[in-house]
Unconditional design. Structure first.
Length: 158
């Protein structure tokens, strides 16, 4: 059996925060604000995985009221989500992620991001797609107030 999941997430851009996307620290003047490391792309991916297995969402698994997730490395949280998906009897087939951000240019970091996620998901890198787009200066992404990430993920029975 195969199942599909979808996830999306938004985080605000602020000064004095690291910009972490798919577990990769991207040099930039602004970073994403959040309770954890605010890795918007990994958050969207986790919600896609959880959605595919109908296991709820990351807010349920890792409440932002819980002090133990303050500054949490989202790649470690992704590994926990993978465990939950495996326990439910599934493994991922592939994933495709889109990050909407006006700046910085993400292309130089895409392969590193794919490798980071593939390792955490125990998948070949060829099954992990990460794409980036601007929004042509429109909306909050275009005004550099925040970033959005969208993810779809296919899973199959173990
Ligand atoms: Mg989030």
């Amino acid at each position: 059996m195969i199942r599909i999941g979808y996830g999306m997430d938004v985080h605000r851009l602020v000064e004095n925060r690291d910009l972490i996307l798919c577990g990769v620290k991207v040099p930039h003047t602004l970073g994403l604000l959040g309770h954890s490391d605010a890795d918007v792309a990994t958050h969207a991916l986790m919600d896609a995985l959880l959605g595919a297995a109908a296991l709820g969402d990351i807010g349920k698994l890792f409440p932002d009221t819980d002090e133990k997730y303050r500054g949490a490395d989202s790649i470690l949280l992704l590994k926990r989500v993978m465990e939950a998906v495996r326990q439910a009897g599934y493994k991922p087939v592939n994933t495709d992620i889109t990050i909407a951000a006006q700046k910085p240019k993400l292309r130089p970091y895409i392969d590193q991001m794919r490798a980071r996620l593939a390792e955490a998901m125990e998948l070949e890198v060829g099954r992990v797609s990460v794409k980036a787009t601007t929004t042509e200066r429109l909306g909050y992404e275009g005004e550099e107030l925040g970033m959005t990430a969208y993810a779809v993920c296919l899973i199959e029975s173990l």
